[in-house]
Design a protein around this ligand. Structure first.
Ligand SMILES: Nc1ncnc2c1ncn2[C@@H]1O[C@H](COP(=O)(O)OP(=O)(O)OP(=O)(O)O)[C@@H](O)[C@H]1O
Ligand SMILES: [Mg+2]
Length: 259
């Protein structure tokens, strides 16, 4: 069953039509990939799903509820988390603190809450720290927990960003190029972690230019070209379709092909 349904999304910036009736569906418990040449509208579509951009037309349904038009924090509360193309982290803070800051329902965030409910606040802090450490363990980041995030490599920062998304107990995560700027070994490691999370029931929609990686790990792939979804299917179906190759003609920048 589709946990996310994107139906007929169109969006123009000025005179430029960036999305043209784009539709896709993500089945629960899958890794679904979104590919396409630079500028084809992938990030804009993800931003629309997440409520960062208001579409001119179309709807987004998440777990049977219309989420288009909702503010991003409401979408986050509904169980959909987002990891950005460029990690948005606090570089001076430790890895652990970056995860703790991402946690929701923090009792200690208001002044009176901190003052009058200190004991409860401290208990919740301890629980959150335990949860953060479990996530860091899963991502192989425990040895870096107390390092400043600014000291980490690009790939490790991507993992921290994924860890932040996991702190909200999401049912689905949108990821924009999780393996970009990451060496191939760590890139595969990131995807192995994502696959393990999928096996626990989490759902992913992932933009990726490293096609050889996505084709290995995705259950289903959608391809965009010039603002439209032009192709979809299993990785095998997609790479056997001439449209896949035609779309990438002349396109080598940032894209790595299988084989
Ligand atoms: N806020 C904006 N204002 C005007 N044009 C925009 C805006 N955001 C995106 N665009 C344009 O929309 C098109 C699609 O951009 P988008 O970032 O969605 O592509 P993409 O598929 O994610 O590309 P990439 O693979 O390079 O990340 C591009 O031509 C881009 O210049
Ligand atoms: Mg993009």
């Amino acid at each position: 069953m589709a946990i996310l349904a994107v139906e007929g999304i169109s969006k123009s910036f000025g005179g430029l039509q960036v999305l043209q009736s784009a539709s896709l569906e993500v089945a629960e418990g899958t890794i679904t990939g979104l590919v396409g040449p630079n500028g084809s509208g992938k990030t804009t579509l993800l931003n629309t799903i997440y409520g960062l951009i208001k579409p001119d037309e179309g709807t987004v349904i998440f777990r049977g509820q219309k989420i288009s038009g909702l503010a991003p924090y409401r979408i986050y509360d509904a169980g959909l988390a987002f990891s950005f193309q460029l990690p948005r982290l606090f570089f001076q803070l430790t890895v652990l603190d970056n995860l703790l800051l991402a946690a929701r329902n923090q009792v200690g965030t208001s002044f009176s809450g901190a003052l009058f409910r200190r004991r409860r606040w401290r208990r919740q802090e301890a629980e959150l720290a335990r949860k953060a450490l479990q996530i860091l363990e899963l991502l192989g980041l425990v040895p870096l927990a107390l390092h400043a995030t600014g000291e980490l490599s690009g790939g490790q920062r991507k993992l921290v960003e994924i860890g932040r998304a996991l702190m909200s107990d999401p049912v689905m995560i949108l990821l924009d190029e999780p393996a970009a700027g990451v060496n191939p070994v760590l890139g595969r490691k990131i995807y192995q972690k994502l696959r393990a999370l999928r096996d626990q029931g989490l759902t992913f929609l992932i933009i990726e230019h490293k096609l050889e990686m996505l084709l290995d790990f995705a259950d289903r792939i959608y391809m965009m070209d010039a603002g439209q979804v032009v192709l979809s299917g299993t990785p095998k179906e997609v790479i056997e379709n001439p449209v896949f190759y035609a779309t990438y003609v002349g396109e080598t920048k940032n894209v790595t092909f299988p084989g």
